[in-house]
Write a protein that binds this ligand. Structure first.
Ligand SMILES: C[S@@+](CC[C@H](N)C(=O)[O-])C[C@H]1O[C@@H](n2cnc3c(N)ncnc32)[C@H](O)[C@@H]1O
Length: 322
């Protein structure tokens, strides 16, 4: 069996996708698609212009994920944990802090090289570290190059394909398997083989009696448009190892249903776009003129949100939806 090391070229290409996501989010927020006062501390400049259909796609992605995350926090009255898998430079911790919607503890996992960069930014940018220190009560703040651990926020460097290593680290930082826990992954599982992502979601279902998983990634990838997406990434040495699971909404749901989850739902992003609050959609659509309406539709039809739950505590997680 191949030993995974952070120096693999394939892994390097996957890590590079972290910058793609955060530069696109940085640009869209600079145009006013949504507000994120913290992303500027991770990506200094708005950078090169991105096409309006890309910005609208990111708008739907961010609002779609936030919708289900916030619904889970309300349902559990924040008496829960959140684990963001492959979080990259995501700023959700600061958004939740600002809204006073913090779970008991918010965890992030990514490759150790990405985590080291994120921690360096947090350490050196007072607007980022201030909120972290404010939510911490004792003198046990751990802040080294590889991990960060405070009362309410924890960042862990780990490979999501190495479940033994992941479990050990999450336990070391007091992940509580008895608390309702939301796992989220935004464009992450698609970079892992179907076996690796199935093992991951299976391990979560086995370990937590009350949990939800929210996953955003590609769908309808067997058609011509999907093939072009795969080829474009391959040209940058980036393989979508998990593309098989991205054939249909049913294959997305099946990954959860056959791995210990009680319920699973999935919607393509075209549908999500049509049911997000329409007054804000109208505001957002006025920001930039969109020539390529068909291209936007095709893009949105090739991404989805799939969410799954298991609910021993009978909180009503299966009812969470759009
Ligand atoms: C496309 S980026 C998305 C980042 C973030 N979720 C967002 O949407 O802004 C994918 C992230 O998943 C991480 N990732 C992919 N495979 C991983 C693995 N096996 N272990 C840990 N992190 C992984 C990458 O390093 C990268 O930060």
């Amino acid at each position: 069996m191949k030993a995974f090391t952070d120096s693999d070229t394939a892994d390097e290409a996957v890590r590079a996708t972290c910058d793609d996501a955060s530069t696109c989010k940085r640009f869209a927020t600079s145009k006013g698609y949504w507000s994120d006062p913290f992303i500027q501390y991770f990506v200094r400049s708005p950078g090169e212009r991105k096409a309006p259909e890309i910005n609208r796609g990111y708008y739907a992605r961010v609002h779609g994920m936030n919708h289900l995350l916030d619904a889970f926090l309300r349902k559990t009255e924040c008496n829960c944990q959140v684990v963001n898998l492959g979080a990259g430079l995501d700023t959700t911790f600061w958004r939740l802090q600002g809204k006073n919607m913090m779970p008991k503890k918010y965890f992030e996992v990514d490759f150790s090289m990405i985590v080291a960069r994120k921690i360096h930014n947090i350490k050196t940018k007072p607007p980022l570290s201030k909120q972290l220190i404010e939510t911490h009560s004792t003198d046990s703040l751990l802040f080294d190059g590889h991990s960060l651990d405070s009362d309410r926020y924890c960042i862990i460097g780990a490979d999501l394909r190495d479940l033994a290593g992941l479990e050990e680290k999450l336990k070391k930082f007091q992940l509580n398997t008895e608390l309702p826990t939301l796992f989220m992954s935004e464009c992450v599982l698609v970079y892992m083989t179907p076996d690796h992502s199935s093992n991951l979601v299976h391990w979560i279902a086995e370990t937590f009696h009350t949990a939800m998983f929210v996953n955003y990634e590609q769908v309808n990838m067997a058609d011509r448009f999907g093939q072009v997406m795969v080829e474009n990434l391959q040209r940058r040495q980036c393989t979508l190892a998990g593309v098989e699971v991205c054939r249909t909404l049913d294959t997305q749901k099946e990954r959860f249903l056959s791995n210990g989850w009680e319920n699973a739902d999935a919607l393509d992003m075209m549908t999500v776009y049509s049911i997000l609050p329409q007054d804000d959609i109208a505001r957002m659509e006025r920001l930039e003129f969109l020539d390529e309406k068909e291209l936007l539709q095709q893009l949105l039809q090739h991404y989805c949100i799939c969410w799954a739950s298991k609910d021993k505590l009978r909180l009503g997680l299966a009812q969470l939806a759009f």
